[in-house]
Design a protein around this ligand. Sequence first.
Ligand SMILES: [Zn+2]
Length: 250
Amino acid sequence: MDTEAIVLDCSDHGEADIIVTLFCRDVGRLTAIAKSAKKSQKRFVNKLEPFSFLNISYNRKNNRNLAFLAEADLLASFINIRQDLELYALASIIDEFLLLGISEGEPDEKTFRLTLWALHSLDRKDQPRAILALFLIRYFDYLGYRPDLDICRACQTPVTPERRYTFHPGGGRILCSACSGDAGTRGRELSHGTLKILKAAQDCPLARLHRLKLAGPVLSEALALLHHYGRTIFQREINSWKTMQKYIGG
Ligand SMILES: [Zn+2]
């Protein structure tokens, strides 16, 4: 079988083999073994690295979990991501969220295209932290966790500049200042600027997503909110996020 695939994870297996976790266009998540990959330089050299975008041939016997990787052609290696600590840290967060969210046997064309968009954008060094925020708001949506940013969930009033809002990651909902009361202290304050750009990011066509600009306090607020929401959705820490904070701040 042939498909396009993004490498999410690789680990050595024995003396010569490499096991790779892939996000495949046709089957979603796939774990494959590349036999003798460490010896056969010609077939796999520099290809089985995190974030590589490949065209692969694989076969699978009797629906076993582990597929055999026969060949891989490099479509994009994202060389800048590999060479820049911040870009690498941001791509690692995307990678970790994908490993948590995508499933075997479930192709997801929208998420696949979004991931390619994010990797290409990071590689161009075009507002890298904003790319992470834009990726996450769409990714959570595709997984079925689209935050409703249009109305207050309690009074159903459409968002208005006259009220203040808090975000409640438990249900991905917002509450206006009139409704949140004391509960507001448990939510995360959300400025109108952040609310507006996240709403725009939810519905903008992918081809125009890069035109949304996030910077300064709006970007910090959006990232903090999405980090918190991601931890709530998956009920665990996001290790690569901690790594980013530790080494490059933010
Ligand atoms: Zn309300």
